[in-house]
Design a protein around this ligand. Structure first.
Ligand SMILES: Cc1ncc(COP(=O)(O)O)c(C=O)c1O
Length: 381
């Protein structure tokens, strides 16, 4: 007798389905770059920057080599240094705090809101007091738009204005999201985003961009991404780095941006469908009124005692899951000596124990999604 065949595995993020849709356009775009041969700062880089600015409403776009570089370049441009404190969440990817440490400044870890998973305003206030209590100078805050949902910029910007500090948005996961119709890329001093392949707008390698309405900042960023160049390549007016977006990646991104609005709608349809089918069985993501998420992740909260078993049951049913993030930054070996806001970050720690992300991408068919839903219901049941 034949053993029953294992269920066909579902993709967590299906880049192959997207390639089926725009593969020929992407291949033609790459071929055009191979033809003209301007691999560094070729015409596609400028064209992509213009299109990205048009898409989100930012006046200036400086593309760069990664989301991490995008964050770092802004800190370099602001002259961040030892003695400065930058407030950032602990429940995020390490790059948000890593760039602060690169420059010898001190990341102060702030707790998250239990519903949105984004920066808690109360904890941010406590973090400012913590920084000052340690004799550090708070200069900026880096809210992260976790899993594709914009942070509470209205409250953060009001507080930052009152405190005289700048806001840089870490929108590595959220480019394309909006609040009251205003797109991510237009909040605060600057926005850093990533085009890592798994991001909602991803390229086929590493890439990133900074969006800002500040012309002077944009000019410094353009210089910093090419070794601090001045009027020409061999005029060096500041210490910079090599942080350009490859022309081939820009060419790919132009084709991906052409279908991005449609993909955001598809992601939202899929998320709405998940939530309608799962809300009575587990804690589904919360989206505040007037926010449109880009659903970099669709993340449930489950019983921490059962999470491993739920993930294993889903895996056996061919449904991949992921835990973003298993440990908050303030508990990580590389970061645990940095200060935390107030008396600790209980929400971040709790979220790390309970989050479980499901397959999410714009090409999730109803049929595949129904398999995920049935498997989740059975696993949490
Ligand atoms: C919140 C956050 N910040 C920064 C980054 C860094 O982006 P990149 O991988 O392009 O350097 C990421 C990407 O994983 C991220 O999720």
């Amino acid at each position: 007798m034949n053993a029953p065949s294992a269920p066909e595995p579902i993709a967590f993020i299906d880049l192959a389905a997207q390639k089926k849709r725009i593969g020929p356009q992407v291949e033609a775009a790459i071929a055009r770059v191979l033809e003209h041969g301007q691999y560094i700062m070729g015409p596609e880089v400028k064209a992509f920057e213009a299109q990205l600015g048009e898409f989100c409403g930012a006046k200036h776009v400086v593309s760069c080599a990664s989301g991490t570089d995008a964050l770092a370049l802004v800190l370099m441009a602001k002259g961040v240094r030892t003695g400065d404190a930058i407030l950032c969440p602990s429940f995020t990817f390490c790059a948000t705090a890593e760039v602060v440490a690169w420059l010898g400044a001190t990341p102060i870890f702030v707790d998250s809101d239990p519903q949105t998973f984004n920066m808690s305003i109360e904890s941010l206030k406590q973090g400012l007091a913590t920084a000052r209590g340690l004799g550090l100078k708070p200069v900026g805050v880096i809210p992260v738009d976790l899993f594709g949902l914009a942070a509470d910029y209205e409250a953060i910007l009001a507080l930052a204005d009152a405190e005289g500090i700048w806001v840089m948005s870490d929108a590595a996961q959220s480019f394309g999201a909006s609040v009251k119709g205003r797109k991510v890329g237009t909040f605060g001093l600057a926005t850093a985003t990533s085009f890592f392949p798994a991001k909602p707008l991803g390229c086929y390698g590493d890439g990133g961009a900074i969006l800002t309405d500040d012309a002077d900042l944009a000019a410094i960023l353009r210089s910093l991404r090419v070794h601090g160049q001045g009027s020409d390549k061999y005029d060096n007016v500041r210490i910079g780095m090599t942080a350009r977006l490859d022309t081939i990646q820009a060419a790919i991104l132009i084709e991906k941006l052409a279908v991005f609005a449609d993909e955001i709608e598809a992601r939202n349809r899929a998320a709405t469908r998940y939530s309608a089918a799962l809300a009575d069985a587990c804690v589904v993501p919360f989206v505040p009124a007037d926010h449109v998420s880009v659903w970099a992740q669709y993340t449930l909260l489950v019983d921490p005692e059962l999470r491993d078993a739920i993930a294993a049951t889903l895996k056996a049913a061919g449904v991949p899951t992921a835990v973003y993030y298993p440990m908050p930054l303030h508990k990580q070996v590389a970061y645990r000596h940095y200060p935390v806001a107030g008396n600790g970050l209980p929400v971040s720690e709790d979220l790390c124990r309970r989050v479980l992300s499901l397959p999410m991408h714009p090409y999730l068919t109803d049929e595949v999604q129904d398999r995920v839903i049935a498997a989740v219901r059975a696993a949490v049941g």
